[in-house]
Design a binder for this molecule. Structure first.
Ligand code: FES
Length: 106
């Protein structure tokens, strides 16, 4: 089990314990985390799982693919901190991950 913390724009924190092997969007939706909709079911096509990672976690979470970056650019100017939660596979390396939720989907 690893711990993931989702942080709302207003600062409210939601800690979740999860097994590895899932993607971050699925964990968020299954735990009713606000601001992550996951409308396409994790197919990297809707962008409703957009989140921000601080620099501590960007390298550990891997790089966004070209397709992922193109979806992100539909919402915001693409930057290194922005990721689609459905494209982040949860591994032991991400134990303690902190995710900032964005205000697009509240
Ligand atoms: S759930 Fe649709 S892009 Fe992530």
């Amino acid at each position: 089990m690893i711990k993931v913390t989702f942080i709302e724009p207003g600062g409210q924190r939601h800690e979740v314990q999860t097994a590895t092997g899932y993607d971050l969007m699925t964990v968020a939706v299954n735990n009713m985390i606000p601001g992550i909709l996951g409308e396409c079911g994790g197919n990297c096509s809707c962008g409703t799982c957009l989140v921000s990672l601080d620099s501590t976690w960007q390298g550990k979470a891997g790089n966004a693919s070209e397709l992922e970056r193109s979806i992100i650019s539909g919402y915001r100017s693409c930057s290194e901190d922005l990721r689609l939660a459905c494209q982040i596979a949860l591994t032991e390396d991400l134990d303690g991950l902190e995710i900032s939720l964005l205000d697009e989907f509240y």
